[in-house]
Each structure stands twice: as C-alpha cells, then as structure tokens.
Write a protein that binds this ligand. Sequence first.
Ligand SMILES: NC(=O)c1ccc[n+]([C@@H]2O[C@H](COP(=O)([O-])OP(=O)(O)OC[C@H]3O[C@@H](n4cnc5c(N)ncnc54)[C@H](OP(=O)(O)O)[C@@H]3O)[C@@H](O)[C@H]2O)c1
Length: 356
Amino acid sequence: MASDFRTRTAGAPWGWDDAHRRLSIAVVGATGAVGRELVELLVAAGHPANRLDCLARRYDKIELENRQKVPVRPLETTQDASAFSGFDLAFLCTPTEISRVLGPALSEFGVRVIDLSSAFRMRDDVPLVVPEINGAELAREGRLVANPNCTTAIAALPLAVVDREYGLDEVLVVSYQAASGAGAPGLATLTYELRREAGLPGLGSEPKSPFVATLVNNVIPAIAEVDERGTSGEEQKIQDELRKILGRPDLVVESTTARVPVERCHSVAVHLKTKRDVDLRRLRELLARAPGLALTDDPHGPRPRDCAGTDPVHVGRVRAGSRGSRSLCFFAVGDQLRKGAALNAFQIAARLSVER
Ligand SMILES: NC(=O)c1ccc[n+]([C@@H]2O[C@H](COP(=O)([O-])OP(=O)(O)OC[C@H]3O[C@@H](n4cnc5c(N)ncnc54)[C@H](OP(=O)(O)O)[C@@H]3O)[C@@H](O)[C@H]2O)c1
C-alpha cells in the first residue's frame, strides 16, 4: 500500500483476549490483499506468532507495517485437509474455487472456518454475518461461517439502522469500488498505471490486470461478469446478501456497481424508501451511536482517501429524498479490506465460542 494509507489500529485488540490468543490459527491466502490485512489485525491484537500459520500457493514472506517479517508456507494440495490438523480456526482468504474445496474439508476435520469468498454465503445452513447486525447467527450449529461481500457489508451497516427504526421498503445502491477490491493484482495494476501515466522511471514489468480496461483516469461501470439480463455478479451479490443479512427476503434491492481508480475503500450512494416516516434528527442520532458506524456532517464527505485504514463505515450526506417523508439518501464509505473483509472476519472470530 502507498505510505499515506497507513492502517490505523486504534480499535485493537477488538475483544481479542488471552483465551483467543491460545487458539491455533491458519490464515490461508495470507499473501493476498485480504489475508495480509488479517495477519496485521491478528498481530496488532497480540496473537502469538507460534500460534499463527500463514499459507498461500508458494513459499513467501509478508512484511507487516511494523517491519516484522512473517513466513508463508505453501499449501501443497487443497485436497489434503490433514495439513490443518491441530488448528482451531482457519480464515480462508482464498479464491472461491479454493474455498469451495477447503471449507467443507476443514470443517469435517474439526476446524472452525471463516470463509471470505462467495463460496458459501447463500447456503441456508451457513450464517452470513456482520456481527453488529446479526451476530446472534453465530450461535447456530456448524463449523463454517461466511463473511459477506465487501460492498454489501459496508452498505448493510447503515441500512440495518434505518430498517430497525423505519422499516426498509426499497433500496438502490450505487457503488464506487476501489482497485484493491480485485485483490493484490488490482492494486498492483492501479499502482503500475499511475506510475506509467506520470511517466515515472523504473516501471518494471506490467502486471496482469484483473480489469477489462485501463483503470487510471477511468470508471468501469460493471464489476465481475455481466449475465444475460445485464446484471453484474457484484450487483447480484449485493441484492442477495443484503436480503439475507437484514433478514428481509422481501426487500426490493437494486444496484449498479462501478470500479474507480481509488486504492482502497468502497463508497456507496444509497437511495431508499421506508415503510414509516423518517425523522431525520432522530435518524442522525441513531446513526451516530450505532456500533461500527461514524457519522460525519462534512457536506462533501465522507471520502475514501480519509477513511482508508480505519475501522468504521463512515456515513454522511444524510438527507431527505424527493419522494416524500419516506424517502432518504446517504453516502457511505468503508475500508473494504477491513470492515468489508478482514476486520469483519476477525470480529466474527472474536465472537465465536470456539473450544479452547
Ligand atoms: N479484496 C477485497 O476487497 C475483498 C473483500 C471481501 C472479500 N474478498 C474475497 O476474499 C478472497 C481473497 O481476496 P483477495 O482480494 O485477498 O485476493 P488476492 O489478493 O488475489 O489473494 C488471493 C490469495 O489466495 C491465495 N491462493 C490462490 N490460489 C491458492 C491455492 N490454490 N492454494 C492456496 N492459496 C491460494 C493467493 O496465494 P499466492 O499469493 O501464493 O498466489 C493469495 O494469498 C476472495 O475470495 C475475495 O473474493 C475480497
């Protein structure tokens, strides 16, 4: 990450106590954008190095912000869950197809699994959890928990507050998603393109871009594949996952997702209708004290550049819509590598009743 986007770990250790520090933990995909962030969180929370095993495709090491080097060993085969023998908990920060194999195998082997991919999110027997909203789901049977899509988690936190108080009727989410949402290759591509556009020397070889077009100086108005109806994979995830997390299968959700040339932090413009009249002053009070949220009065904020590396979802531009007292608009920004991924998964782990 660029040096002005330092992670601010003010919230550490996020409820990670001595009992958690006795857990033997595997982070699979530790060299990726999300895995690396998870290792940072675990180390910042004081998890001992001898109870933290980092895995990826190949031998590597990651350098943390405190300059500590953490070794990464290769996962020889995704078929052999016995490689995880002795672990209490595994975070799968891996592509969906790898999680699909490892998740069930590890749970059968007795390991608690928190999966950050989309492999299990919509399965009825797997809780899909944002702890501040539906943490009670973690009491359910089963060793596998799914972490939501990053944009969904960011939009869900303020939406849950509105839903509890005024009842959501319909929601429109438009996203502006950072390059690192496409993982380490996305970030490497943006960094390379920025340097190339600036004419900087020592460019090195061009990374393989995960984007369909040059990202710098651009906006790409669809994320992931677009289906025959014209809906992108990311848009479908937001619609399905919001309904599941909010426990509102009936909720009308529309979305458009776009990639923007920002390093980290996804932003969402949300327009919605409620079932009951909205009292804006009361809503602001509720948003200001809701766990996981930070309300701003900045008429031109929140902005990704200021929110990168922070824990909360920042909400601003809260205002009445033009469709009467049941319509509302707001803008929210969250660091998708933290609350949209690693931090949310870490908070799930902190609330699991794992045998220790
Ligand atoms: N980026 C986000 O904002 C975000 C947010 C929420 C959820 N997610 C989800 O989180 C997961 C990880 O995303 P990411 O952005 O961190 O991706 P990434 O930067 O591309 O990292 C992927 C990681 O998976 C490892 N990996 C790939 N194939 C593997 C295999 N066969 N065996 C073991 N490890 C393997 C990679 O190891 P090598 O380095 O050795 O290749 C790397 O450590 C994905 O499912 C993604 O959809 C991402």
